[in-house]
Design a binder for this molecule. Structure first.
Ligand code: ARG
Length: 307
């Protein structure tokens, strides 16, 4: 009972942070949008963990018996989402914030990390429940609907969504998508929010792409007018696409966690333990600084965050 209450209390704390308050789109002051994108909150785009869903209980077996391949921690990931996961073109190896975190977790469990490129939208419905890999790390937002088919570890990141557009088109906010095409990666919170925006502002269509990078390719080519995607990833992707910019942030305060099949509860508990150590001994802050150049700007789950 005590544990349950604590779980609810902590979920609630996350919900509080995640819920925010709804407000209508405000036009940024003239000239300001180039310096800092204005923010908007859309209730239906806020994604929060469902406090009613508890992950599968540990079976009390050695977590190593739940690994797909002995000695390896196999991660599925859509490795096209910098700076979280991308393929380094010169080494052809996966690299990024999630990749470093995944390697550190594997190391602490005495395992070798292996990353398998996987389609994002099939992670929750097919590949994880079918056991194609042990876990998925892919800047995955904890979301009630996903909690029906997979479990999540402790959260390790907070993000919002954003609208990116071509500078030359002069869009300043989501209202400017009226009568236009919106792009997003298939199966993501960005796609969900793009559908809400479409109905809210009267956009023509939401076009879904296999990867976020493909959505940005089409934005660059003028085939869509805007892309809704996680802000930290869009910021990174736009560094190499100077004709595009973030015109508005969409305040969703979603949290990322590692997703795991419900058939591997003891592995999830072992990963949680490793993650909490990584948070508390400064390793997480180092990985964060490596990829984001600053200290983590959000609080990390405490050591007694429930398993
Ligand atoms: N955070 C968003 C979601 O969970 C987008 C994640 C996309 N990740 C990726 N590696 N493509 O829906």
């Amino acid at each position: 009972m005590k544990i349950m209450l604590k779980f609810l209390a902590i979920s609630f704390a996350f919900m509080l942070i995640a819920t925010g308050c709804a407000k209508k789109t405000e036009k940024p002051p003239v000239g300001k949008e180039k310096i800092e994108a204005a923010a908007v909150s859309i209730d239906e785009c806020v994604t929060s963990p469902d406090q009613k869903v508890s992950p599968a209980a540990a079976k009390g077996v050695d977590f190593k018996t739940q690994l797909k391949t002995a000695g390896k921690l196999t991660f599925g990931s859509d490795i096209a989402f910098p700076p979280f996961e991308s393929v380094n073109p010169s080494t052809n190896e996966a690299e990024g914030f999630d990749i470093d975190l995944g390697k550190e977790i594997a190391k602490r469990l005495g395992l070798e990390a292996e990353f398998i490129n996987a389609g994002f939208d099939a992670l929750f419905t097919q590949s994880l429940p079918q056991g194609q890999f042990d876990v998925a790390i892919s800047a995955i937002t904890v979301k009630a609907e996903r909690q029906g088919s997979v479990d999540f570890t402790v959260p390790y990141f907070k993000a919002d969504l954003s609208l990116a557009a071509a500078t030359k088109d002069g869009l300043t906010n989501i209202e400017d998508l009226k009568g236009k095409l919106i792009g997003a990666q298939s199966g993501t919170t960005g796609e969900d929010c793009a559908k809400v925006i479409k109905d809210q502002v009267g956009a023509t269509e939401v076009r879904s792409f296999e990867t976020a990078l493909q959505a940005f390719d089409d934005l660059g080519a003028g085939r869509v007018a805007g892309v809704i995607n996680d802000l930290p990833s869009s910021k990174q992707i736009l560094k190499e696409r100077p004709a595009l910019e973030i015109v508005q942030t969409i305040d969703t305060k979603e949290v990322y966690a590692i997703a795991i099949g419900k058939q591997k509860p003891d592995l999830r508990v072992a990963i949680n333990k490793a993650m909490k150590e990584i948070f508390s001994d400064g390793t997480f802050a180092n990985i964060y600084k490596k990829w984001f150049a600053v200290e983590p700007p959000f609080p990390l789950p405490p050591a007694d965050f429930p398993n």
